[in-house]
Design a protein around this ligand. Structure first.
Ligand code: S3P
Length: 164
C-alpha cells in the first residue's frame, strides 16, 4: 500500500492531521521536522541559527528520501519540502498519494501566532504572503487539495479518507 504525504504551508495542520490519519488507517506516522530535530538533538530554530537553512534543507532531503522508501506510512512534511525539485521527484514516485492542506492567511496567522518555532515566518505578514504566493504552484501539484479553514483536524482526516 502507498504512503500518504501531507504537504502545505506552515500552520495548515499537517502534523496534527497526519498523526490522526495514521491512527485511523493503522499506518505508521512520520513527521519530518520532528525526526530531523530528534536526530540532530536540536530544535529547528537552533539548527537554523547554528548551521543555517542550507544545512536544514539537506537533512530534510535525506529524511524525505528515507521515509518515501517505506510503505503504509503517513508522512507530514515541513512546509518547504515541495519547493525543491529533488524533493518533488522523490515525493512523486508513483507510490505516494500527495495531499495538500490549504489555509488562508488569517487562519495561518492564528495557528502559528505566539510560537517561535518557525524561523522563516517570525509572524511577519508580508513575508508570509510572499512565501505563500511563491510556493502555491508547488503545493498545487498535489493529488488533491483540502481547504482546512473551517475544518477541525478530525474533519480534515475524514475528508482525506473520502479520496483514498
Ligand atoms: C518550513 C516549515 C516548517 C519547518 C521549517 C521550514 C518552511 O515546518 O520545516 O521551519 O520552509 O515552510 P511546518 O510547515 O511544519 O511549520
Amino acid at each position: 500500500m502507498m504512503n500518504i504525504v501531507l504537504i502545505g504551508f506552515m500552520g495548515t495542520g499537517k502534523s496534527s492531521v497526519g498523526r490522526l490519519l495514521a491512527e485511523k488507517l493503522s499506518y505508521a506516522f512520520v513527521d519530518t521536522d520532528a525526526l530531523i530535530e530528534e536526530r540532530a538533538g536540536l530544535s529547528i530554530p537552533q539548527m537554523f541559527a547554528k548551521f543555517g537553512e542550507k544545512y536544514f534543507r539537506q537533512r530534510e532531503k535525506d529524511i524525505i528520501k528515507e521515509t518515501c522508501n517505506r510503505t503504509h506510512t503517513v508522512i507530514s512534511t515541513g512546509g518547504g519540502v515541495p519547493i525543491f525539485e529533488a524533493n518533488r521527484q522523490i515525493l512523486q514516485n508513483g507510490r505516494n498519494i500527495i495531499v495538500c492542506l490549504r489555509a488562508n492567511i488569517p487562519t495561518i496567522l492564528n495557528r502559528t501566532k505566539g510560537r517561535g518555532d518557525r524561523p522563516l515566518l517570525k509572524n511577519d505578514l508580508h513575508k508570509m504572503q510572499a512565501l505563500l504566493k511563491q510556493r502555491m504552484p508547488f503545493y498545487n501539484q498535489a493529488d488533491f487539495i483540502i481547504d482546512t479553514d473551517e475544518l477541525s483536524p478530525l474533519q480534515i482526516v475524514n475528508e482525506i479518507m473520502v479520496y483514498l
